[in-house]
Write a protein that binds this ligand. Structure first.
Ligand SMILES: Cc1cc2nc3c(=O)[nH]c(=O)nc-3n(C[C@H](O)[C@H](O)[C@H](O)COP(=O)(O)OP(=O)(O)OC[C@H]3O[C@@H](n4cnc5c(N)ncnc54)[C@H](O)[C@@H]3O)c2cc1C
Length: 415
């Protein structure tokens, strides 16, 4: 009998299994799909690395600093900031606390007005203070927080909302201000990037040494008490363990353990092979104009040349996928992305579309970053839905669940 069965080999399940295994606790990981990684996977299409939905790794995330060998991932780094498409072109804007004067440039270039600089700086300032100094305070929506700092339209609607929509994949003004601060902070402290081999390299690094423990294509249908342990029932396997960790996405956890399922936000990412890079930029690009189709787009091969085969260029274009709405057509996305770069996209070749209905749990206020992971009697649940909707949240959740499991087994983790 294994001490623990972890259900799900996403980042949370892998982080949990890794911590338990390192502590000598026998652990099996049952994953329902054909590879590890969960929402962090990469398809290779005609030699192009297309992550399953555009996402980036933030080296400033505390859990990444602690548990990921970022150097070994060979990160291709974005430039710190964002490129903003306005009526008169694509403007590069640095988001960099070392260069606060950039805010004046941003205000001029994007037409949001110099009068918005002081309110923006007022809202931004606490973000750079240690999170423990503000995470304990009462939370509110970002919309309320911005209004309190005097950030109004057009800075809010032409800069922050278009940029942050692609981060929370929903209405950022309804999101927890503290959650947005955590994400913006990590972007301001270090340039995000993508591993040379694609985002899939992150879970594969976490899984090093776990190969024997991981069973793929094993969809768990139920978890039930069995004597002193828990029986985990899959289609073609059944086993009892002293403890079980449900490290699935929120929806599957709801089915297996009855935990609440948060509202989820979705997105659609299209990947295009281009005969030439439509822009030299290494920034994530947003469209600040009314009626914009895209949440963001990026020339991935400028950032990580290994994302394209020799001589090729790769563009991603992502739209928020709102409930009840059909995603835009590939042709509309292609046109919109070409327009952002002011380039002719007619020779671009569509490689693949990723439609991700449950990409991120919504993060309304108040932020509850450390929800209970112990369900009682040796049954545990972990994942980004128990912490924060991010790589950081999934990693933290996995580690703290491992600590709770180890304590339950009477073999506390060192440190
Ligand atoms: C498009 C997109 C963009 C994102 N962008 C960013 C970003 O830029 N930065 C950032 O920090 N975060 C980002 N995120 C969020 C981040 O990827 C997730 O928060 C994180 O990967 C969640 O990990 P998890 O382990 O909690 O869940 P998951 O990755 O969902 O893992 C759950 C695992 O459980 C398995 N499973 C489910 N049901 C069963 C079952 N019944 N039996 C067996 N196995 C099962 C699944 O197959 C999956 O492998 C993004 C996510 C998406 C989708």
């Amino acid at each position: 009998m294994p001490d623990v069965i972890v259900i799900g080999a996403g980042l949370a399940g892998l982080a949990c299994a890794r911590a338990l295994t390192d502590a000598g606790i026998a652990c099996a990981v049952w994953e329902g799909s054909d590879d590890i990684g969960g929402r962090v996977r990469t398809d290779v299409v005609d030699g192009f690395r297309c992550d399953r939905g555009f996402q980036v790794l933030n080296p400033a995330y505390p859990a990444v600093k602690r548990h990921v060998d970022v150097r070994a991932l060979g990160l291709g780094r974005f430039d710190r900031g964002v490129a903003v498409r306005t009526d008169d072109g694509l403007h590069a804007i640095a988001i960099d606390p070392r260069h606060p004067a950039e805010l004046f440039h941003a205000a001029r270039a994007t037409g949001i007005g110099l009068g918005s600089v002081v309110p923006l700086a007022r809202w931004f300032a606490p973000t750079l203070r240690p999170p423990r100094s503000w995470l304990g305070q009462p939370d509110r929506s970002l919309g309320e927080g911005l209004a309190d700092s005097g950030v109004m339209a057009p800075a809010r609607d032409r800069l922050l909302v278009p940029f942050l929509s692609g981060v929370v994949l929903g209405d950022p003004l309804a999101a927890s201000e503290q959650f947005v601060r955590l994400v913006v902070r990590s972007m301001a402290l270090a340039a995000p990037g993508v591993p040379a081999q694609g985002m899939t390299a992150l879970p594969h690094q976490l899984a090093a040494g776990l190969a024997e423990a991981v069973e793929l294509n094993r969809v768990v249908r139920g978890v039930a008490r069995d004597g002193e342990g828990w029986r985990v029932q899959a289609d073609d396997a059944s086993e009892v363990a002293k403890a079980v960790v449900i490290a699935t996405d929120a929806r599957a956890a709801g089915e297996l353990a009855g935990t609440p399922v948060p509202a989820m936000h979705g997105c659609v990412t299209d990947w295009f092979a281009c005969p030439a890079a439509p822009s030299p930029t290494r920034l994530v690009c947003i469209d600040s104009r009314a009626g914009a189709v895209l949440a963001n787009t990026a020339v991935m091969s400028n950032v990580a040349p290994s994302y394209a085969p020799a001589g090729g260029h790769l563009v991603q274009a992502t739209c928020v996928w709102r409930d009840g709405e059909a995603p835009p057509s590939v042709a509309d996305v292609q046109h919109a992305a070409g327009d952002v770069y002011q380039a002719d996209p007619s020779a671009w070749r569509h490689l693949v579309r990723h439609e991700i209905r449950d990409a991120l749990p919504a993060q309304p206020p108040p932020l509850e970053p450390r929800r209970d992971v112990a369900l009682g009697d040796g049954r545990f649940v972990c994942g980004d839905h128990r912490d924060t909707a991010s790589i950081q949240g999934a990693l933290v959740s996995g580690r703290r669940t491992a600590a709770a499991v180890a304590a339950h087994l009477g073999r506390p983790l060192p440190g």
